[in-house]
Design a binder for this molecule. Structure first.
Ligand SMILES: *[C@@H]1O[C@H](CO)[C@@H](O)[C@H](O)[C@H]1NC(C)=O
Ligand SMILES: *[C@@H]1O[C@H](CO)[C@@H](O)[C@H](O)[C@H]1NC(C)=O
Ligand SMILES: *[C@@H]1O[C@H](CO)[C@@H](O)[C@H](O)[C@H]1NC(C)=O
Ligand SMILES: *[C@@H]1O[C@H](CO)[C@@H](O)[C@H](O)[C@H]1NC(C)=O
Length: 630
């Protein structure tokens, strides 16, 4: 970002220096859990599910050596640590998991050699603790399909033997509810009925084992947002409360989570995701502006949580050296976000007090990324600011197109980008009868969704079918070639909002999920699920444009003002000091003594005497001003 300016006068008499000491607030000894937004590293963005013990510990060492002093504390192994990394295994495969005699997941011994001999994560947790850090794991809802198929007995931890009730032993298939599989990992896990004593015993046996291993943080998946399972969240919360070991409780993901939904869970947990997965593209990032605003407006930031506080979680920071969503491979590419976009993400996450979990492979972190995620002002804001809110009185002037400057006072605009989303519904549902077929040459059929077009001139959503083949391709040219994508009814693991928008196309695998039949009544049936495809227009996730601003106050009396340019062109953005003073009374804004600094340019401004504060910002860039009037 260049040319920082104050819209009118700015006298640079003094230099205002904001040097903050990062005061670590430890949640270690049971005083208050998650007193500030938790901070750490998570393996998902860089390793998907395939991380090994060695790779994990190398990352933990970097956290210990370089990030711990900045408040990074939790080192979290993301999903499927129990899955064997062998041919055929993938994010929603069945039958590759390592489970114990009680149907509990245990680390894959070839990826986690120290777990051999029934030690689970004990050795890894000990090493992490010896580094002065906290050990975290990702876990799934309910019980695994594999345990249900193996019909393992259920451990009663109070007796150390099989759970008995009504004069009989209980087994995995007694508690697994096959009608409630996890939406995005249908083959892997299913819910359990929380009214049953055996289900409760099973969940207790899981969390007691995590505590025995030395786990400090659990990220429970497939129970929130789209997959809300309040009875289970509530029971796990009770179990964690009773354990001797303090374990932070995190929920993930949170697609379609709303503040109203969060109000039911925030007191039971320490953090909960408020979006689907966030990956390194602008659309995922920009989607967070409205969500974070809604959660701050509902006063959800830092409310009472499980034995402490709870925080709306915007997901990991996908910076640096990454892999791809649900991939069977580790880090192999750098982030797609520009430097300006990364700064914007870090600024929004800190202004909204989201937990900060770095996602890139730390063995390869570069200096620029390191300084971004350890920026002292941002981390200070993240931990200790208050009155965090979106500020709507922003003025913007687009710079690029013409000489004349039209100052617009507004908040953010929404450019509706109608994009198709594929869903499944019952074939008898009349809404599903929207497919129309057209024969092209050489046995190629074009099948288009014609029902309920939202806009008259919208291009219909079409797929292609060749001859009698059951698979349906995305492109007309597709044949049998490797690399084709097929219409797939699977709800794929860890779908980012971007992938969701593209519809469900995955590499052709001749899988039942990819076999379709066009019925004469205009429905398109899927062989595996027996359900029919439906296309919805998703304009709820339009692309934000315009400009945005967030404000907050610091513990030293300072005021923070972040300005965001969400436009695809350079834009001057400013706010009036008088409007700020109205939003944040008692901070002395407008007094002749206020001094100011902009973070990304590093510019120190002396005493401010203008009536506005602002700057031109490049596409997707942000500015962060610290104003001190004391
Ligand atoms: C908890 O930690 C704080 C800060 O380190 C310390 O002052 C306090 O004595 C500890 N309390 C217990 C019960 O260990
Ligand atoms: C990153 O960008 C490349 C092209 O620049 C694209 O092929 C890839 O799909 C992108 N990845 C993600 C996760 O957005
Ligand atoms: C369309 O036809 C299929 C197959 O015959 C049938 O299962 C489905 O219920 C029908 N749906 C409607 C909306 O008529
Ligand atoms: C985001 O907020 C703006 C108002 O600031 C609103 O017009 C828009 O519809 C919202 N977008 C979504 C996805 O809710």
């Amino acid at each position: 970002m260049k040319d920082v300016f104050f819209n009118s006068l700015c006298f640079c008499f003094f230099f205002f220096c904001s040097v903050f000491q990062f005061n670590r607030v430890s949640s270690q000894n049971g005083t208050e859990r998650a007193a500030v937004p938790p901070r750490g590293w998570n393996s998902y963005n860089s390793f998907s599910w395939i991380i090994s013990e060695e790779e994990y510990l190398k990352n933990a060492e970097v956290v210990a050596n370089r990030l711990k002093s900045k408040g990074y504390e939790y080192v979290v192994v993301d999903y499927l640590w129990y899955r064997r990394n062998v041919p055929g295994a993938y994010a929603d495969s069945l039958g590759f998991d390592v489970i114990d005699e009680w149907g509990r997941m245990v680390p894959d011994p070839s990826r986690w050699p120290s777990s051999q001999g029934g030690k689970g994560f004990t050795e890894v947790a000990k090493k992490v603790h010896d580094m002065g850090l906290k050990f975290g794991i990702h876990v799934m809802r309910g019980i695994s399909t594999q345990a249900v198929n193996a019909n393992t007995p259920i451990l009663d931890i109070s007796k150390g033997s099989a759970y008995e009730e009504s004069g009989r032993k209980w087994f995995a298939s007694d508690i697994g509810d096959k009608s409630r599989t996890c939406g995005w990992m249908k083959n892997g896990f299913m819910s359990v009925n929380m009214d049953s004593g055996a289900s409760k015993a099973f969940l207790r046996s899981l969390y007691q084992q995590y505590a025995d291993w030395g786990v400090d943080f659990v990220k429970l998946d497939c129970v929130f947002g789209d997959d809300l399972d309040l009875p289970q969240i509530s029971f796990v919360s009770d179990v964690l409360k009773q354990l001797d070991r303090p374990i932070l409780f995190s929920l993930s993901p949170g697609k379609t989570a709303t503040p109203a939904m969060a109000k039911d869970v925030s007191g039971l947990v320490n953090m909960y995701r408020i979006t689907g997965d966030d990956w390194d593209n602008w659309k995922d990032l920009v989607f967070h502006f409205n969500i974070t605003r809604d959660f701050s407006a509902a006063n959800m930031i830092g409310t009472t949580g499980l034995l402490g506080k709870s925080w709306p979680d915007s997901d990991m920071l996908p910076f640096g050296w990454l892999t791809d969503p649900a991939a069977n491979e580790g880090p192999h590419r750098t982030t797609n976000l520009s430097v300006d976009e990364q700064r914007t993400q870090m600024t929004l996450w800190c202004m909204a007090k989201s937990p900060i979990m770095y996602g890139g492979d730390l063995r390869n972190i570069d200096d620029a990324t390191f300084s971004l995620i350890t920026n002292p002002t941002l981390l200070e804001i993240n931990s200790f600011s208050s009155n965090n809110m979106e500020f709507l009185k922003v003025a913007s002037t687009k710079v690029s197109h013409s000489q004349e400057k039209i100052v617009k006072w507004h908040s953010r605009d929404m450019v509706a980008s109608v994009s198709p989303i594929l869903g499944l519904t019952k074939c008898s549902d009349s809404d599903a009868a929207g497919w129309v077929t057209e024969s092209l040459n050489r046995g190629l059929q074009k099948i288009c969704w014609k029902a309920n077009p939202k806009h008259k001139y919208e291009t219909p959503f079409c797929v292609y079918k060749r001859g009698s083949q059951l698979a349906i391709y995305k492109e007309a040219a597709s044949g049998h070639d490797e690399g084709d994508v097929c219409l797939d009814a699977t709800q794929q693991r860890k779908r980012s909002s971007e992938e969701f928008r593209r519809g469900s196309f995955f590499p052709c695998r001749r899988h039942e999920n990819q076999k379709w039949e066009l019925h004469s009544n205009g429905t398109l049936g899927n062989q595996q699920s027996g359900e029919c495809a439906i296309v919805k227009q998703n304009d709820a996730e339009g692309i934000e444009s315009g400009v945005g601003s967030w404000i907050a106050t610091g513990r030293g009396g300072e005021v923070y003002v972040a300005l965001f340019n969400l436009n695809n062109e350079k834009t001057e953005i400013s706010v009036k000091i008088s409007d700020l003073a109205e939003a944040l009374p008692g901070k002395g804004l407008g007094q002749p003594s206020c001094k100011c600094r902009e973070e990304w340019s590093g510019k120190e401004f002396g005493v401010m005497s203008g009536s506005t504060i602002g700057t031109p910002l490049q596409t997707h860039a942000s500015a962060l001003f610290t104003i001190n009037c004391s």
